[in-house]
Design a protein around this ligand. Structure first.
Ligand SMILES: [Zn+2]
Length: 396
């Protein structure tokens, strides 16, 4: 019911004007700014490995590599305060602005240790996506999340009208942790459409992914918990003119509508503050909710050069698992059998005969998460095929 109401509200409120909307606030119920001691130098460069899942229904949505790279470039410029339109930020606010010393790079190595471009392309029969996280599951026609402890997952797709993007906050369920962005609000070339054509939808959502709130804290005259951002009446949109004062402001400088965590057009935005920088970097401190990303191997050279799937005990050659043995994360299951339009069920059975996991296959090649399995030998079997196709694999 909630989704239905949400969907209606998107249609009725946002389809007429090109107005930014971000539903990230619906994706958290937790305090997002933790108070921890900062042991890391504020200038130490933090590099975030990124995987972009392009989930498309038509060729326009299957955006070019150039468009993806333009997005990574503008994201890095915004986070480094090297965006070439920073000069438009009024001086009273420019002096509060910060280079976050946080960078982004497309992943070089996938969760199985194989070389990757950091871009996954997945054709889907689904034409439009809401903010219900379904795009993060293969079974829904989406693309499976790569281990969110090691990757910033970004899905690019066609969203319902008016939804430019949404993010999960630090501490989110790992299976759905990441950011969804509309394909025509992603990057600065290719299929982008003004006024969200400078890549700032992602800059804003990455702010959420690192724990930042909207400047108005999603409350009338609210606050984001950051000291150097002024209070704000509500979300600004379009192209406000400085100074924009409301009854919520205590100074004549008014609202910081050019902050990336507002709702203004891409061309009206241009800065994070020093306070926002500190809050974001806190997530990467020891025990911070994003600290695991610092140990990611995603930017290291590929370490699994076993190009051919290894075939162990195979009852038929219809089903293959790799890597085998598997240490953590996902196995890839290749099935050389027609799964039909409804797919097939599978079961993973431990060496003492217990069914430890079941699932449904829709594709001839699928990733199955076996992280939770204890070390041992397992059989994986298609349970509703007469031949009972099965094979064994080892979890280490
Ligand atoms: Zn937002």
């Amino acid at each position: 019911m909630r989704l239905f109401i949400l969907f209606l509200s998107f249609i009725s409120v946002f389809s007429v004007n090109a107005q930014r909307n971000c539903t990230s606030a619906l994706h958290t119920a937790m305090p997002v700014i933790s108070s921890q001691s900062n042991s890391m130098s504020p200038e130490k460069i933090i590099t975030i490995p990124v995987v972009v899942h392009v989930v498309y229904n038509n060729t326009a949505e299957n955006i070019s590599e150039a468009q993806i790279i333009s997005q990574i470039t503008s994201l890095n410029a915004d986070f480094a305060k090297s965006n070439n339109d920073f000069s438009k930020v009024p001086s009273v606010f420019a002096k509060l602005a910060a280079n976050t010393s946080i960078r982004f790079e497309l992943a070089k190595t996938d969760p199985m240790g194989k070389s990757t471009t950091g871009i996954i392309r997945k054709k889907s029969t689904r034409m439009m996506w809401t903010d219900d996280d379904k795009i993060k599951y293969l079974a829904n026609g989406g693309s499976t999340t790569w281990d969110a402890r090691s990757y910033l997952n970004i899905w690019v797709c066609n969203t319902v009208p008016g939804l430019t993007g949404y993010a999960s906050f630090p501490g989110a369920d790992r299976a759905v942790d990441g950011i969804v962005i509309r394909y025509d609000a992603f990057g600065s070339v290719g299929k982008v459409v003004a006024p969200f054509n400078l890549g700032r939808t992602l800059t804003h959502e990455v702010g959420h992914w690192m724990g930042l709130k909207h400047l108005w804290g999603d409350q009338q005259c609210g606050d984001d918990g950051i000291e150097d951002t002024p209070k704000q009446r509500s979300g600004n949109s379009g192209t406000p003119v400085f100074p924009k004062t409301t009854a919520c402001n205590s100074t004549s400088d008014g609202e910081m509508f050019m902050n990336f965590m507002d709702f203004t057009n891409d061309a009206s935005m241009g800065m994070f503050t020093a306070g926002q920088k500190t809050a974001m970097r806190t997530q990467f401190e020891i025990n911070g909710k994003r600290s695991t990303i610092l140990n990611s191997k995603a930017l290291a050279p590929a370490w699994n050069n076993n190009m051919e799937p290894e075939i162990l005990t195979v009852n038929t050659r219809d089903i293959v698992v790799y890597p085998n043995p598997v240490q953590s994360g996902n196995i890839k299951l290749l099935v050389n059998t027609n799964l039909g339009s409804n797919g097939k069920n599978y079961a993973i059975i431990s060496s003492n005969g217990q069914i430890v996991k079941t699932g449904h296959l829709l594709e001839m090649e699928e990733d199955i998460n076996v992280q939770s399995l204890a070390p041992g030998i397992y059989q994986i079997r298609l349970t509703d095929i007469a031949s009972n196709s099965s094979t064994k694999f080892v979890k280490q």
